[in-house]
Design a protein around this ligand. Sequence first.
Ligand code: PRF
Length: 376
Amino acid sequence: MKFELQHNDTKTNARAGLITTDHGVIETPIFMPVGTQGTVKGVHMTELKEDIKAQIILGNTYHLYLRPGLEILKKAGGLHKFNTWDRPILTDSGGFQVFSLSDNRKLHEEGAEFRSHIDGSKHLFTPEKVMDIQRIIGADIIMAFDECCPGDADYDYAKKSLGLTERWLDRCFARFNSTDPKYGYQQCLFPIVQGCVYPDLRRRAAENIAEKGADGNAIGGLAVGEPTEKMYEMIEVVNDILPKDKPRYLMGVGTPINLLEAIERGVDMFDCIMPTRNGRNGQIFTQYGTINLRNKKWEDDFSPIDPAANSYVDTLYSKAYLHHLIKANEMLGLQIASVHNLAFYLWLVKEARKHIIAGDFATWKGMMVGQLGNRL
Ligand code: PRF
């Protein structure tokens, strides 16, 4: 994998770059739609490629390992072949999902023990196993196995947790470096900076990771209940230390405003379930603010969903129609909302990139932040 920095903004830390993988080039800053179970919920691959223009999508080790399982993924020839997505895939490592989804999880030095949320079966994820699983899934970008510390963890817990994440990281690299890609294309490993909301722990984590010389680096443990200002402060602390010539990925973040604030602070990659999950609940993102389509006020508004039109659904359907579909729990409602919101997120990062290259990112960002927070 190669990262080429094309433009550094002079007024902020925003950057525009190109990541080259064996499955294609990614223009940064980029947003990666979440495809937890090998599908971006409710969205066809053609829509994802041609309408939303996604350049890379996510998969989840935890889900894919439990279902369909490694034997099927191996037989399929990897996730790209299985789901027909032929552009890059990044997989999250499972630690975060074990903690948010599974039952009876227990963490120890060896790894994380848990029971499947599907059938209650018992499993153990170790750093080695998680590297092997992501090799089998065939992700272009593999994530390290980490513990995501809760946003309100005390200092002692955060410090112990970071120690464990650091020892796990060494085991991840040892396993990753002693195994080969399964399907003939390159795979790379991104470490994850943890350290909760404590600047000294974040600094230590970033310094340790900077030394590893990885192809890219991630920031985890944010947007997990801490105040938003703390999140921005931690991004600044960490990005001061992480290598400038490697992409930086902020995991699981966030609102359109969060993305612009993080881009301003030097983040290049994002993923979040917000566009699809909120879409399914009737929340539509637009450049002028958010719309709650469940609200009665849209019942007889026959204007287009979004006249700014980033995707084909925006002018094809009206707000009133989408209001009706969502109220009636119709499948098509959540599909339209997901396509619209993902296209909007991809539009937002593309615009950010355009303005970074044009040299007026700060002005544009200020204006956008002013309007994105509106509730229409
Ligand atoms: N670690 C991993 N995945 C994640 C996170 C993390 O800290 C987060 C936190 N925002 C989202 N997804 N491995």
